[in-house]
Design a protein around this ligand. Structure first.
Ligand code: IMP
Ligand code: MG
Length: 181
């Protein structure tokens, strides 16, 4: 029995994600080059790690990256309360920060993190997300780069988890109903 047997449908394949990362990386390279800027890439743990790892291969700039861990989420329901579990090691002062997220759902996490980066004195703050669920938005946030839009369904894989499971799957999919039991 493989972990893949617990997936009902593959929504976005590994190849589709790789191709999209290539396009996004090119766009990011172009946009920051035009501003004569080099981003400090800030990946939100733990979900954005696979996406960040793929994306940075296609950013042709001498970037630095760092990690931040904030929490607000357990099971499948999002709450409004966001706290820092692990802060950046790098100073954000004067940096052009590109926050990397796995999925923007209600928008609360990204909204809070963008505020935190501005408080650190960042020169600019942009957001890139693998997935966007615009139908679930509660807080208005500017997302600068989006990999794929998804409907209001719970998805796992490529960093996204259900109770810490399924993160290592190389694609984005929908779990079978029995997973929730
Ligand atoms: P937001 O603060 O509501 O935008 O929540 C964003 C966070 O919720 C993401 O970083 C994920 O950790 C989690 N999340 C939202 N939707 C899903 C999903 O469909 N699958 C897995 N995690 C999700
Ligand atoms: Mg997350």
């Amino acid at each position: 029995m493989s972990i893949r047997d617990e997936i009902k449908t593959v929504l976005i394949s590994e190849e589709q994600i790789r191709e999209r990362c290539r396009e996004l990386g090119k766009q990011v390279t172009k946009d920051y080059s035009e501003q004569n800027a080099t981003p400090l890439v800030v990946a939100l743990l733990r979900g954005s790690v696979p996406f960040m790892s793929e994306l940075i291969k296609y950013i042709d700039l001498d970037i630095q990256y760092d990690f931040m861990d904030v929490t607000s989420y357990s099971g499948t329901k999002s709450t409004g309360d966001i706290r820092i579990v692990k802060d950046l090691e790098t100073s954000g002062e004067g940096k052009d920060i590109l926050i990397v997220e796995d999925i923007v759902d209600t928008g609360r996490t990204i909204n809070a993190v963008v505020g935190m980066m501005k408080n650190k004195g960042a020169n600019s703050v942009k957001v890139i997300t693998l997935l966007d669920k615009p139908s679930r938005r509660v807080v208005d946030v500017d997302v600068d780069y989006i990999g794929f839009e998804v409907d209001d369904i719970f998805v796992v894989g490529y960093g996204l988890d259900y109770n810490q499971r399924f993160r290592a799957l190389p694609f984005v999919g929908v779990p079978k109903e029995e997973v929730y039991r």
